[in-house]
Design a protein around this ligand. Structure first.
Ligand code: AMP
Length: 508
């Protein structure tokens, strides 16, 4: 069995690793660390939870320990899709480099440019950034990327989803071709394959088992749910969630509750709180300071339920989550794998419970195909979902979906938030990103149409349209922007008579 001491890392790093409590390197570390130390490019196909962060951080620290940073010319660069992930990588750097003298800067939105400029001016060994914020600094003339010796791209598949591929390509082109590249992605979509073929030089390819197949420690189940009435669906679903939590009892020490939409994240968190559960929301429209506070609380055990959107929770390292509740069936099957991967980590037992309502059965099928097995159906004892609905607050059917109901826009978890119709480079720091909801004149209440996997609705944000358009066209995915059914010229408010047949209009 490989030990950390077999990996040719410096004693100072080995000491930090030991102090972190790691005994043996994970498979991705066993593959990536020696290859990176040899100066090879690395293509790591691994998901979060596999130890990939240490897989690239440890060799970087080792290699950067020699040499010194120059003003405005960072020596290495780690690109992450979201602020939280970038902050987490920065934390990892601090942990593993505590016995080595290295300087680092974290370039993410929600933090003033001034502070970040000062750090860069002094010279940094390691720059950890989200692509948008990095390019902002570059375009302000504050940063040179010609000194980059090592470049890491983390969670490239999520970068693709968020429309960051053109930014990544640009950043690659700003760095010297002599750089060493460590590239990580959970999946190898054709577009990712293209990027790696273009920018990686004869990489060592390390693939670790997919989480879906690896995580035998996660017990999964799905509760099929049919609302007694359409307008009670949402309230009844929340009731089911509470019953499930209560059924799990003390075994549910802490949990993440995933919702597809930001508005539902807020509603579910509020509802849980109202019913005496200790819950708080996290999604991309919340202020960064609030997101950080909530996460810290959850990590420290001061919060039992984190109600989250996929994006906000993506890649977050939250140890020891006993349960994951999928309040909604995720619209992308891979998100199911990511979501349930939050529990059952590092060999611990975990439980993942999903609520599936009728319209979502197709998505459930897709998930089962992806993970290659059927998820056991669970029955809530002594009650049918309809009979246990909370004293139904009559939720009026809505004819159109409000903006806030749009599925979480992936890009908004990334730092620079911006307003619609503004140039990306002129964005304001804290303006919330709103998803432009596709037209759904006759959408059923509380059950907005699920985006198809080929055309995810999360590309509808202004930011996505602005920066992701090229990517989507080239990638051949979702390039209709979900506009197929739109009546040109009517905006979001198509009068209902337009949808009638000509005869109906004449007689009616
Ligand atoms: P990551 O996939 O990088 O997000 O890491 C997932 C979790 O595994 C983090 O909590 C790390 O601290 C932890 N970890 C990383 N490497 C090891 C290791 N060799 N042994 C035990 N835990 C590890």
């Amino acid at each position: 069995m490989t030990k950390f001491s077999d990996l040719a890392l410096s004693p100072k790093i080995l000491k930090a690793v030991e102090e972190a409590g790691y005994e043996t390197p994970t498979p991705i570390q066993q593959g990536a660390i020696p290859a990176a130390l040899d100066g090879r490019d690395v293509l790591g196909i691994a998901q979060t939870g596999t130890g990939k962060t240490a897989g690239f951080t440890l060799p970087m620290i080792h290699m950067l320990a020699r040499g010194r940073a120059r003003a405005r010319m960072p020596r290495s660069l780690v690109l992450c899709p979201t602020r939280e992930l970038a902050a987490q990588v920065a934390e990892n750097f601090d942990t593993y480099s505590k016995n080595v003298k290295l300087t680092k800067a974290l370039l993410i939105g929600g933090v003033s440019f001034k502070e970040q400029d000062q750090l860069i001016d002094r010279g940094v060994d390691v720059l950890i950034a989200t692509p948008g914020r990095l390019l902002d600094h570059f375009e302000r003339g504050k940063l040179l990327l010609t000194g980059i010796e090592i470049m890491v791209v983390d969670e490239a598949d999520r970068m693709l989803d968020m429309g960051f591929i053109p930014d990544i390509e640009r950043i690659f082109s700003l760095t010297p071709f002599t750089r060493q590249t460590l590239f990580f992605s959970a999946t190898m979509a054709p577009e990712i394959e293209r990027i790696t073929n273009t920018f990686l030089s004869n990489p060592v390819r390390i693939e670790v088992a997919r989480q879906a197949t690896a995580s035998e420690t996660i017990a999964q189940e799905v509760v099929m749910f049919r609302a007694s009435r359409r307008d009670r669906s949402a309230a009844e679903k929340r009731n089911i969630l509470r019953q499930l939590i209560e059924r799990e009892g003390a075994a549910c020490s802490n949990a993440i509750v995933f919702c597809n939409r930001k508005s539902d994240v807020d509603i579910v968190a509020k509802s849980l709180k109202k019913h005496g559960f200790d819950a708080a929301p996290i999604h991309g429209d919340l202020e960064q300071s609030q997101r950080t506070r909530t996460l810290d609380q959850f990590r420290d055990g001061g919060l039992r339920f984190l109600v989250a959107s996929d994006v906000a929770a993506r890649g977050l390292d939250i140890p020891a989550v006993s349960h994951v509740f999928n309040f909604d069936v995720p619209s992308h099957s891979e998100d199911y794998v990511h979501r349930i991967g939050r529990t059952g980590r590092a060999g611990r037992d975990g439980k993942a419970i999903m609520i599936c309502s009728g319209p979502d059965e197709k998505l459930l099928d897709q998930i089962e195909k992806l993970i290659g097995k059927a998820i056991p159906r669970a029955v809530l004892e002594g009650s049918t979902p309809a009979a246990t609905a909370e004293a139904a607050p009559q939720e009026k059917p809505r004819r159109t979906r409000r903006k806030a109901d749009a599925p979480e826009v992936t890009a908004d978890a990334e730092a620079p938030v911006e307003k619609p119709r503004r140039s990306r480079r002129k964005k304001t720091e804290e303006a919330p990103v709103e998803a432009a909801a596709p037209v759904e004149a006759s959408a059923p209440p509380q059950a907005p149409a699920q985006p198809s996997p080929q055309a995810p609705a999360n590309t509808d944000s202004p930011k996505e349209r602005e920066r992701g358009g090229r990517d989507r066209d080239r990638g051949g995915r979702r390039n209709d922007g979900g506009q197929q059914n739109k009546v040109v010229g009517m905006g979001d408010h198509m009068p209902s008579f337009i949808a009638m047949s000509f005869d109906e209009r004449r007689t009616g």
